[in-house]
Write a protein that binds this ligand. Structure first.
Ligand SMILES: N[C@@H](CCC(=O)N[C@@H](CS)C(=O)NCC(=O)O)C(=O)O
Length: 179
C-alpha cells in the first residue's frame, strides 16, 4: 500500500489562491484525509515556467502533485491518482464504486471543466474571491449559462432531476457508499 507522508506529498498551487483546478486537487486531498504540503508558485514571476517545475509537470501549469519522485499534473488526473493511490477503507471514497455512477461523476467533471470556458472567462474566480469587478457578459458566456434549454433555471433543474432520478441523491458527487 502506498503511504503518504507529509514530506513526500506536495501540491503545487498559485499564490493567488483562485484557481478552480487547484481547488479540485486540494479538496480531493483534504477529503481523502491524506497528509500533504501546499507549495505556492508565483505565476507573475513565472515560477511555473522554470525548468525544474515545467519539465517535471509537462504542462507547466498549476496544480501539480509530487508524490516522492512521481509527478502528475492536470487536476482531474491528480484527483483520480489520489483516489486510487489512497483507496478505501483507509481513506474515504471520492468516486462512486459502481462503474456507471463513477462514469456519471466523470461526465459532470468533464462538462464543468471543458464546456463552460466562455462563462468562466466572463466571470473568473477572481471576481468571486478577490472582489474584482466583472466585465460585461459576452454572448458566448450567456449561451453557456443558459445551456440548451434556453433558461438557466430549467437547465439546472433538468440536470438535478436526472441525477436524483437515477441515483436517489441531489448531488452527483457524494457517494452513499463512502467508506
Ligand atoms: N487543465 C488544467 C488547467 C490548469 C490551469 O489552467 N492552471 C492555470 C491557473 S488557473 C495556470 O497554471 N496558468 C498558468 C499558465 O497557463 O501559464 C487542469 O485541470 O489542471
Amino acid at each position: 500500500m502506498i503511504r503518504a507522508m507529509l514530506e513526500d506529498l506536495v501540491l503545487y498551487g498559485s499564490d493567488h489562491y483562485t484557481s478552480p483546478y487547484v481547488f479540485s486537487a486540494f479538496v480531493t486531498l483534504k477529503e481523502k484525509k491524506v497528509p500533504f504540503r501546499l507549495e505556492v508558485l508565483s505565476l507573475e514571476k513565472k515560477e511555473h515556467e522554470r525548468p525544474e517545475y515545467a519539465d517535471r509537470t509537462y504542462t507547466g501549469k498549476v496544480p501539480a502533485l509530487r508524490h516522492g519522485d512521481f509527478w502528475i499534473a492536470e487536476s482531474s488526473a491528480i484527483d483520480e491518482y489520489v483516489e486510487e493511490a489512497f483507496p478505501p477503507p483507509a481513506h474515504p471514497r471520492m468516486y462512486p464504486e459502481d462503474p456507471r455512477e463513477r462514469a456519471r461523476v466523470r461526465m459532470v467533471q468533464a462538462f464543468l471543466r471543458s464546456d463552460l470556458v466562455p462563462l468562466r472567462q466572463a466571470r473568473p474566480t477572481s471576481t468571486f474571491f478577490l472582489g474584482e469587478k466583472p466585465g460585461p457578459m459576452t454572448d458566448a458566456a450567456r449561451r453557456r449559462r443558459r445551456g440548451r434549454t434556453g433558461s438557466d433555471v430549467a437547465y439546472r433543474s433538468r440536470f438535478q432531476n436526472r441525477i436524483s432520478a437515477t441515483s436517489g441523491r441531489t448531488s452527483p458527487f457524494i457517494s452513499p457508499t463512502r467508506a
